[in-house]
Ligand binder design. Sequence first.
Ligand code: DAH
Length: 337
Amino acid sequence: MDSQIDQLRVEALQQIAQATDEAGLDAIRVQFLGRSGSISLLSEGMKSLPKEDKPRFGKLLNDARTAVTSALDEARTELQARADRAAFSGVDVTLPGIARAQGALHPITQLQDRAVQIFRRMGFALADGPDIETEFHCFDALNTPADHPARNEQDTFYFQDGRLLRTHTSSVQIRTMESAVPPIRIIAPGAAYRRDEIDATHLAQFTQMEGLYVDSNVSVADLKGTLEFFFRELLGSDAQFRFRPHFFPFTEPSYEVDIRTRALGNADRWLEIAGCGMVDPAVFEAVNGRRGDRAFDPEKVTGFAFGFGLDRLAMILSGVPDIRLFTDNDQRFLRQF
Ligand code: DAH
């Protein structure tokens, strides 16, 4: 029996030395060490040996098993190394690599992110609504009468089914109040669309940021404080403000906000930057009608809203002379941000 073990061991080592791939090694492992492999079968045969022979025979078997196992391991390592060398044989690792251009956020996205961060510090949450809107959310609920010029087909992109591309982000005010109850404090950045003649300061798609704050006892002072804090954070503490009475159908009273600051180029010039006002009770009632409750009872809650465009702000802040540059997708322009 001793010579049988020796023979198996020699045979196994020979086969291992000749193996050319890992599958071959696996087969050898099964053939000799597997549950019904030849070395394992010899162990079975030990039972019938005389007692005094068992220890010596056991040791021989164990040695053979160990020798075959480590030969298999070594062969496997060598095969892997050989495969690695083959894979890299055509590669010159001293050649310079291929540099990939790093992308960056679009300048309007960068400005939007800064604006969002400032509002978040004041407790405003992000809200969202669809770009394709109903007349109800874009106009009716915002107290905009059917004969209002903004609803004209000359100004608004309509679909066959009567829906439209939202002309302002104010529609998100309605979407938000439909699904939440006061207190509400949200901002909604996003795209708006108008059938404008395209030129250096107009595109058919632009970017706005809407804000809405509804609670008990919200006042014009809260509105002014919030917007002044926001624009000072964004444009610098030297900013001066003018809240000019204006008209918007969905707020009463309404204002346009003018700003004068060095960051916007010329400190002697007032720039109209945003629209705002106190939410009109008619807007609350339109929302109540939709909800079928009195969650926005104008006797109990008040609110302010505001909206401004990001494109013109980004243009002035970065000295961009033509709004079309933002959508031309020209790397020479975009790389500068
Ligand atoms: N939606 C207005 C526009 O596109 C801007 C605006 C004005 C938004 C007054 C408001 C607001 O929320 O209260 O010109």
